[in-house]
Design a protein around this ligand. Structure first.
Ligand code: SAM
Length: 285
């Protein structure tokens, strides 16, 4: 699983091993300008395990006596930054897109996939939006499938527990009071909200997508640090699972342009993408 096996190595060697571990497990690359953060990020884990530095950490991973250590390192190195209603205008546009799909009287529930859902803020934001719409007499809320490569992130999403700092980021106070209960310093999502989401582990670069086809796929702020070839394969897979007329939603700094021919900017929903039917074609192909 781990590509290199040197018991003692200089700090840069240790960094290379950790970067290779992360990439082999998730496809995520550590950009040169973020390498300095690796040691800081891993400090709490190393302190908890009484490990003095990166060299010793790598040795401990390689000696095989700590089966969960590599998983913990990968989790810690993943960027799980997220917050409620991130890029708020996107959620209004998703609501409009779902209304358009509803109005086609499809006779089935709209399906949304939140890929790389981190600690659950993205799917919970969707769940609140559509639960409120349903309560106001609107159509049945879409089915929401939320996936991430990190079990730790998924566990947090399922628990729906957020600190005061996290709950205040992007969540209007009205929604906080309506959908969360305070417990000590934390806020816990009501079971009725969490049950609206199916949280599942899925590695975008290694696992098949969730079963079935989707009307809307959100994959925001996930593909940024994948290699071009991994990104191309993820786009091709996504094009296969999106229903005709469905939409792909990327992060604010991400685009399909110059990356893949599987998607093209949507004429109907600005900033979203539609599958072209050239599912397997990367730009280079
Ligand atoms: C920066 S967060 C973005 C969260 C959310 N989509 C948002 O925009 O707020 C990126 C998430 O992608 C996940 N991730 C990274 N590589 C992945 C992979 N290969 N498969 C699935 N999830 C991955 C990380 O664990 C992390 O939770």
């Amino acid at each position: 699983m781990i590509p290199l096996a040197a018991p003692e190595m200089p700090a840069s060697g240790a960094l290379n091993v950790l970067a290779a571990l992360l990439e082999s497990r998730t496809g995520q690359q550590i950009a040169a300008n973020r390498a300095w953060r690796v040691e800081t990020t891993l400090k709490p884990l190393m302190r908890a395990r009484d490990i003095a530095g990166l060299d010793q950490l790598v040795s401990a991973i390689l000696d095989g006596k700590h089966p969960d250590l590599a998983d913990k390192v990968v989790d810690a190195l993943l960027n799980q930054e997220s917050f409620f209603y991130r890029d708020a205008a996107i959620f209004e546009m998703i609501a409009a897109a779902v209304s358009a799909l509803d109005s086609l009287a499809l006779g089935r529930r709209v399906r949304i996939w939140s890929a790389g859902c981190a600690n659950g803020q993205e799917p919970l934001s969707l769940a609140m939006l559509f639960a409120e719409r349903e309560e106001a007499g609107g159509p049945q809320a879409p089915e929401i499938v939320a996936t991430d490569v990190s079990e730790a992130a998924l566990a947090r999403g399922r628990a729906g527990r957020y600190s005061q700092f996290e709950i205040q980021r992007g969540l209007p106070i009205r929604r906080m009071m309506r959908w969360f209960d305070q417990e000590g310093e934390d806020w816990i999502a009501k079971p009725d909200l969490v049950r609206r989401i199916q949280f599942k582990r899925q590695n975008l670069v290694g696992d098949p997508p969730p079963i079935g086809r989707f009307d809307i796929v959100l994959c925001r702020n996930v593909l940024l640090y994948l290699s071009a070839s991994h990104r191309g394969r993820v786009f091709a897979r996504m094009a296969e699972v999106i229903r005709p007329g469905g939409l792909l939603v990327l992060g604010a700094g991400e685009t399909v342009i110059g990356q893949t021919r599987a998607f093209t900017p949507s004429g109907r929903f600005k900033g979203f993408y539609e599958a072209t039917g050239l599912g397997c074609a990367s730009v280079a192909a």
